[in-house]
Structure formats: C-alpha cells, structure tokens
Design a protein. Structure first.
Length: 412
C-alpha cells in the first residue's frame, strides 16, 4: 500500500546541497507541488528537510540527490524521526516539537488530508510513547544542548549576563539554549551585521556589531566563544574574578595559557557527550522494537480505512449508476415501451456497469501472478453473494406464499 510518500535531504547529503534546500521555505515547495499533490507536510530542521504526502511526489531534479520512501517504509522513517533515533543527537526532544509544528502548519494552510492527519498524529503519539518507555532523551549529546544544561545547573547562569561570541550555526543554536537558562542579559557579539540581524529577528538578545575581547569580559559573567577565527580571540590574563569562559571554537578561541577565569573547552565537554551518545545508541534496538509493534498495528488500521473508503466509493458510484438507469428506464416506459422488457434491460445494464470495473481489476491481478490472493477474494465474494441470494430467495418465497394464503379470519 502506497498511502504515504516522502522525499528528503539530511546530513548524509553534501553540506552545500542541504544548505541550499534549507533556504527554501513553504512558499517555494507550494509553488512546486501545487496541482501535483493534494496534500503535503514540510518538515524542516537544522539537519533535515523532508516532504510527506499521500500522493506520489514529483521529482526535484534541480535539488538531487535526495532519498525517497513510499508506503510502510515512509511511515517507518517518520516514526524513527519523531522518536529521535534518526537525529544527529540521538534521542533529542526538539525533533518531536518540530514534527508537531510541521503538522500544525499543514493543517493551518489546509494541505493535510484525513489520512495524512492520522499519520502525523500517530507519529507524534509514537514519539511520546518511546520517550515514556525508553530513557533515550536523557543526557545531552549535542554541544549546544550540553552547554545549555551546564548553564542551567552547575554554572547557575540564571540572572547573570551571558555573552555569545559568533554568529554561525553553532553560535545561533547556542542562543536558544542559553535563553533557557533565564539570564538577566544575553548579548551576541559578531562582525557580520546581517547575521546579527538574523539572530535578533528570531530571539530576544542584545546584538553587538564587533568583537572587543576586553569589553566582552568586563560586561558579562559567562562568555561562550563559538567563532571560526584562526587565531585566539581571548588571550592572556583576566583580572576580573569569577568569570567563566566556554570555548567552543574550532580552532580554539581562547589560548591555552589563559588564567584568571574558569576555562571550559570542547575537550572537557566531548567525553561526557560521547558517553551519553553511547548510552543512547545502546537503547536504539529497544526503541525499534516499540516502533515495529506500533507500525504493525497502525498499518492494519490504515488498510482498514483505505478499504472502508474504497467500499464507500463503490457504493456511491453504484447508487449514481442506479439513479441514471432508473431515469433512462422511466423515460422508456413513458414512451410506451414494454415495462417488463425495460426492467430487464435496466437490470442487465446495472449488473454490467457495476461489475465491469471489478472484473477488469481481477483480470489485472491474475496477469500480475497474484492468483492466490485473487482466488481467495473471489471465493469470499461468491460466498457472500450466494448467501445474499438465498436470503433474497427466501424473502421472495415468503412474500409469494403470503399473497396466496386465504385471508385471515377474524375470531368471533
């Protein structure tokens, strides 16, 4: 069953391609997909861009290569994404929120069908279930998330002044986690005015165009350096006491000979992250077991819904044919044609028009060597049809007998 289709780009693609696709907004995809698919959901995060639809998705040759799944494989992939086991940082919580935001956006813009809605509701539910049953979201494995946790706990950043130096992806991600620590001030220092404006549009920060190491140290309690500068930005001795410098730069933004402050480097953080990552990866088989169970149950539900919709469509089509045939028959009777002959022709026409599509479908299945399935369906159909005919025959006999019986005598 191909009830779900998906194409996507992620960190396994070339960085420049993912970066290019990441700049495309919903309006871009709406323009490309309009008139070609009836519904679609766009999931766009730092590390992935994915489109889901209940219709086959047209090719994006100008943005290839990309990966694509259909049917159960597409559903399984979505479940894995919402559960966090497809994330760069295994088990991250943010992805579940991002899946929900993507779904809500599709609903708000009237591009989510009943089937797609059920699928995304289930994916969100499965993501929550996994995190309830398996501690895969405990322990941070991304640098920004881990530093954010440090700010909220051991570094006691609440009510203090935090500086983030840099405006690249790492620095931008760090802004979100730093705000969670509830600082009194969050200042971002960068040389790129455009990048500062971009960050300021998304977050409540103080933007400072330029990097003055002495001023940054003087004005802030905790400094997080995350630039790509080839030379250290912070060097020498810090005279003011109690300062904390977190160096996330590659290469390092602070010289190793610095003193007068508490210096936390990537080499201090990475061992903890690696340990957390190993623990999370060990839990993936348990998560996959839950996903397999949920997938099996849900695909059965989807199959039942598809069958119900198909049966409804067949009945509606048959009723429409019946209406047309009755109108034709009535017109023929009004023109003086023999009633019995007209009814016979109407019955023959109805049987032919109702059964013709099913007959063609059966022939196609036989040609495709699906003989066993076809025979089983035909046997079940014939059994139900025979039972219906027998009931109809009994009712007809009863009606005929009743018409021939003498009138009932009223007791004196």
């Amino acid at each position: 069953m191909n009830y779900l289709h998906m194409i996507g780009w992620d960190v396994n693609n070339e960085p420049h391609l993912l970066e290019t696709v990441s700049t495309k907004d919903a309006a871009f995809f709406d323009h490309r997909l309009r008139g070609k698919v009836a519904d679609w959901v766009l999931l766009s995060t730092c590390h992935r861009v994915e489109i889901y639809s209940s219709d086959p998705i047209p090719e994006f040759r100008d943005l290839s290569p990309y990966h694509a799944f259909s049917g159960d494989e597409a559903l399984k992939h979505l479940f894995r994404v919402s559960s966090g086991i497809e994330s760069v940082s295994v088990g991250e919580q943010e992805i579940l929120h991002q899946v929900k935001v993507a779904f809500d956006d599709a609903l708000a813009n009237d591009r989510c069908s009943k089937t797609l809605s059920l699928i995304f509701q289930k994916a969100i539910s499965v993501g929550k279930l996994v995190r309830e049953k398996v501690p895969i979201s405990k322990g941070k494995t991304s640098v920004p998330a881990h530093v954010g946790q440090m700010l909220s706990t051991e570094l006691s950043a609440r009510g203090k002044s935090i500086a983030i130096v840099g405006s690249g992806k790492l620095a931008t991600d760090m802004v979100k986690y730093a705000l969670m620590a509830k600082p009194a001030f969050l200042r971002v220092y960068a040389r790129s005015e455009d990048s500062l404006e971009r960050i300021a549009r998304s977050y409540s920060i103080e933007a400072h165009n330029g990097i003055d190491p002495d001023a940054i140290i003087h004005d802030n309690d905790i400094i997080i350096a995350a630039t790509s500068s080839k030379k250290p930005i912070f060097d020498g001795e810090i005279k003011e006491k109690g300062k904390i410098l977190i160096d996330l730069g590659m290469p390092p933004n602070a010289s190793r000979g610095m003193n007068g402050c508490r210096l936390i480097s990537l080499s201090d953080i990475e061992p903890i992250m690696r340990s957390n990552s190993a623990k999370k990866k060990a839990l993936i088989p348990k998560v996959e077991g839950i996903l397999d169970d949920e997938l099996d149950q849900f695909t059965k539900k989807i199959a039942q819904l598809e069958a119900d919709d198909l049966i409804k469509a067949v009945f509606e089509h048959s009723k429409s044919l019946e209406k047309n045939e009755v109108e034709v028959a009535m017109d023929m009777i009004r023109k003086g044609m023999d009633i019995e002959k007209v009814i016979g022709q109407m019955a023959d026409s109805l049987v032919s028009k109702v059964l013709a599509p099913q007959t063609l479908a059966i022939k196609k299945m036989v040609k495709a060597n699906r003989n066993k399935e076809t025979i089983e369906v035909l046997q079940e159909f014939y059994k139900l049809l025979k039972g219906s005919q027998e009931k109809s025959s009994r009712r007809s006999s009863s009606v005929l007998q009743a018409s021939q019986d003498p009138p009932a005598q009223i007791p004196q």
